[in-house]
Design a binder for this molecule. Structure first.
Ligand SMILES: C[S@@+](CC[C@H](N)C(=O)[O-])C[C@H]1O[C@@H](n2cnc3c(N)ncnc32)[C@H](O)[C@@H]1O
Length: 269
């Protein structure tokens, strides 16, 4: 999956949903952490904007040592350039690989991951890594997209007009996506690993991307077939995608996208 510079310009959905989490759980987190300066890890931090603006900027959490990790080197470079300082560092890391036994990457108080786990194939390893990275009593919050009509439409398009660009969507998305059993699968796994679950929630959302530019940039950044498509085909494909949305929204809000997420708040025992 390619995440480009474009992506970081259009992540208001991610900012909004992360902000909702902290607003909703502000008192609970305050009660858990008191005013302790926290060590925070952000997994799949991307360009670091959500970490900077929401986790560190809005949440009210006190922090001393913050690390954002992502497997995409380009985005980590961008995050370093814009947001690193003596308390905040960014590292290229794949959450599906073995977690390093390095003091700087252990004993975190809070692990956060916003809208990255739907790309994570080996989610078992990723949750085990969160367990390794946390101190006992430390908390994590992971939120990932469970389903979106965008993917259903991609599938329909590459099964018809764009057959030439077909690739297996399951190579991109976690098997937790589009799976009705996901909340119970995750619950069982987390308890086995050694977490106490505060909540696992299946949530329905919608987002109005508002403009064609924003809609295209967002769907392109997340489009598994994009690399294979020449520019002119991509334009046609985007036009088709947009007209289907317009049709689904009955000519009204053309860039309105419903989606669901799974949100997990848990504590290392
Ligand atoms: C949709 S972006 C979310 C970025 C940011 N958390 C936000 O809320 O805007 C998903 C990010 O997850 C990263 N990612 C996907 N799989 C990963 C993995 N196995 N290890 C580390 N990062 C991963 C991608 O590179 C991408 O930057």
């Amino acid at each position: 999956m390619e995440f480009t510079q474009e992506y970081s310009k259009y992540n208001s959905l991610q900012l909004r949903d992360a902000s909702t989490f902290f607003k909703r759980n502000a008192n609970f987190l305050k009660d858990q952490f008191k005013d302790k300066p926290l060590r925070i890890l952000d997994i799949g931090t991307g360009c670091g904007k959500v970490l900077h603006e929401v986790v560190l900027g809005e949440s009210g959490l006190n922090f001393v040592d913050v690390i954002g990790v992502d497997k995409c080197p380009e985005l980590i470079m961008q995050a370093r350039k814009n947001y690193s300082n003596e308390h905040v560092k960014f590292l290229i890391m794949d959450i599906e690989k073995n977690w390093p036994n390095d003091e700087a990457l252990l004993n975190f108080d809070f692990v956060f991951s916003n809208y990255a786990f739907h790309w994570v194939q080996n989610y078992k390893k990723a949750f085990e890594n969160i367990h390794s990275a946390l101190r006992s009593g430390g908390m994590f919050y992971v939120s990932f997209i469970h389903s979106t009509v965008i993917v259903n439409i991609w599938e329909a398009l590459v099964n018809s007009k764009y057959k030439k660009y077909k690739s297996n969507i399951n190579d991109y998305f976690s098997s937790l996506c589009f799976n009705e059993e996901s909340t119970s699968v995750v619950k069982e796994l987390l308890e086995k690993i050694g977490f106490k679950i505060i909540y696992i929630e299946y949530k329905k959302h919608d987002f109005d991307f508002g403009s064609r530019e924003r809609f295209d940039a967002t769907t392109n950044a997340l489009n598994p077939f994009i690399k294979a498509m020449p520019k002119d085909v991509l334009k046609e494909y985007n036009d088709d995608l947009r007209s289907i949305f317009k049709f689904l929204n009955e000519g009204g809000k053309s860039f309105y996208v419903p989606y669901t997420s799974i949100d997990i708040l848990a504590k290392k025992i």
